[in-house]
Design a protein around this ligand. Structure first.
Ligand code: FES
Length: 555
């Protein structure tokens, strides 16, 4: 009777029995939406995927997935990554499908889709949305985010006219695709390829390039084969694949957000990626990608330079090449023949952008469970710095006071933002690149030490210590910082210390009271109860286990 019901409903949709009988059913999970400009082209790409699935003898079904859009979601799209992961897992588990194509790219969509796919562990392949074309203003290339922050700072300092500002606004995003700097989107799709979850070369192709359509069709063909071969995420995503992802992240000088996402992805596989592992790998991997915000070029240039395969071909001695990938070949086999054709964009090993250490993990009395800094985007003058704290208790306090002329701040001050972490935000918003106070901007100051439990846009830059764990909302030492306390940042020695005697800290701890949560219902209440800290990946505690959900009985 159940078979009758399924088949008659297929007939209702216009299919004949022979269209689907005996064929793998391929779910195309599509995060397209009319309010997600990074995915504006994914409806058309889904058609190309279907073409590939049909050609290879599969039966495609396109299924909408929660479209997390970085630009428009409040208070932070990070709040919803876990919801997309649950949507993905439950769609793939509850519907009668045999394999999945995961279509995403805008920041949180990549980890969200992958986390769900790992948990359900059906054959799955990722289709990166691809970066948008270079921005353009008066012939100058513009990079998403990075140039926004840069020109906004100059505008605040009085250096950009209304006319120029409007021209930059209409030139900075001029095609479908995700941010074309090495932000979280480009980083996460690159790492997904490095881990073996996309076809080789897929992550670097600009969204508007015809090769992106070809790649989509090839992805559709390959997922059908993967179903017959029963190649699952658990076959691809072993610990060496995650180590490769970290290595590539460091060579790209990728977004710090990737650290949280990789920890969360690994925990879905029952694997632990302790923060010191990121630091250990960073110390031996050179930064080769000369891409903004750490470098000069954009993702379109990266593609013309040979793309991710070319970059990986420069560091084969640092990668574990026998990892299986979704095309059924090893990473080493997929890198054969790859080479850099524009060494100014992908630097050769002998002249890297940085010798090593694009990202550092800090520990100390202010961050007992760790904190993160993107050293490649920080002013080397501030790598060792001690200064007095200027404390903002939350984002509203920051907004209200940071630009007041009577704010007691100078270039040696350390700006501290509290209550912006996973629970404090909530959702750990990208508030970690605290603005430089306007009175200092007018004096020519362009970087200062800034510390928070928030995240920072991968497109941003500055001496910003991020992801301080435990966060201030749960009573971490960051909650106990007071105005004028001296703080030491020592990147070479990986230290972040609050120079306050322990007796005084104990007194402050005894006086501290936990903020009262405002949310008592819905998803936010669930989030408040079950989300983990930054060093644990900010997943829900009940989703991190490796075992798959017991299939409920059906009748
Ligand atoms: Fe979508 Fe930047 S807004 S990737």
């Amino acid at each position: 009777m159940r078979g009758f019901s399924h088949r008659s409903r297929m007939s209702q949709m216009g299919y004949r029995r022979e269209d689907f009988t005996g064929k793998p059913v391929i779910a195309i999970l599509n995060t397209w939406s009319e309010i997600n400009p990074c995915h504006a082209h994914l409806r058309e790409r889904a058609e190309a995927v279907k073409r590939g699935v049909w050609q290879e003898g599969g039966f495609p079904v396109e299924i909408p997935a929660f479209s997390i859009t970085e630009t428009y979601m409040k208070p932070s799209p990070m709040l919803y990554r876990n919801l997309l992961a649950m949507d993905t897992e439950e769609s793939l588990r509850s519907l009668p499908v045999d394999g999945a194509v995961l279509m995403g790219g805008c920041d949180k969509t990549t980890p969200g889709l992958l986390m769900g796919a790992i948990s359900v562990n059906l054959p799955a392949i990722f289709l990166p949305a691809g970066p948008m074309l270079r921005g353009n203003w008066n012939g100058q290339p513009l990079g998403s985010g990075t140039d926004l922050w840069k020109f906004w700072t100059e505008r605040c300092a009085g250096g950009v006219s209304d006319e120029d500002w409007n021209a930059i606004e209409s030139g900075i995003a001029r095609s479908p695709g995700f941010c074309m700097t090495m932000g979280t989107a480009a980083t996460m799709t690159s790492l997904t390829e490095a881990m073996g979850m996309t076809l080789p070369g897929a992550s670097s192709i600009p969204a508007a390039d015809s090769n992106h359509v070809h790649m989509a069709m090839d992805t559709g063909r390959r997922i059908v084969e993967m179903v017959w071969e029963d190649e699952k995420p658990s076959d691809v995503l072993a610990l060496p694949a995650f180590r490769n992802a970290i290595t590539v992240e460091m060579a790209l000088s990728g977004s710090t957000n990737a650290i949280i996402h990789l920890v969360a992805l690994a925990r879905r596989r029952g694997l632990d990626l302790p923060l010191p592992l990121f630091d250990e790998i960073a110390r031996r991997v050179p930064v080769l990608a000369n891409i903004r915000p750490s470098g000069e070029f954009l993702m379109e240039d990266f593609y013309y330079a040979g793309g991710l395969r070319a970059l990986m071909s420069e560091i084969t001695d640092l990668l574990e090449l026998d990892c299986l990938t979704v095309n059924g070949k090893t990473l080493g086999e997929n890198l054969e023949g790859a080479r850099v054709v524009k060494p100014e964009v992908i630097r050769p090993r002998q002249s890297p952008l940085m010798e090593h250490g694009g990202t550092a993990i800090l520990y100390g009395s202010l961050a007992p469970d760790g904190a993160v800094i993107k050293t490649s985007a920080a002013d080397p003058r501030l790598w060792r710095h001690t200064g007095p704290a200027v404390v903002f208790r939350d984002s509203q306090d920051l907004e209200a006071r940071v630009n007041r002329d009577d704010l007691d701040v100078d270039e040696d001050s350390v700006l501290v933002l509290q209550n912006a972490g996973p629970l404090g935000g909530p959702g750990m918003p990208e508030w970690g690149m605290l603005p430089i106070p306007q009175k200092l901007l007018r004096r020519g100051v362009r970087d200062m030490v800034r510390i928070s439990d928030a995240r920072m846009s991968g497109t941003s830059y500055g001496t910003c210590v991020l992801h301080v764990s435990p966060e201030s909302y749960v009573g971490g030492p960051l909650a106990l910082v007071r105005e004028g306390d001296r703080i030491t940042l020592d990147i070479p020695n990986r230290k972040l210390d609050l120079l306050v005697p322990e007796e005084e800290m104990a007194r402050r701890r005894a006086q501290w009271t936990r903020p009262v949560p405002k949310e008592h219902r819905g998803y936010l209440a669930l989030y408040r109860e079950r989300v983990t800290q930054a060093h644990q990946g900010c997943d829900f505690d009940f989703l991190t286990r490796e075992e798959t959900t017991q299939e409920p009985q059906i009748f």
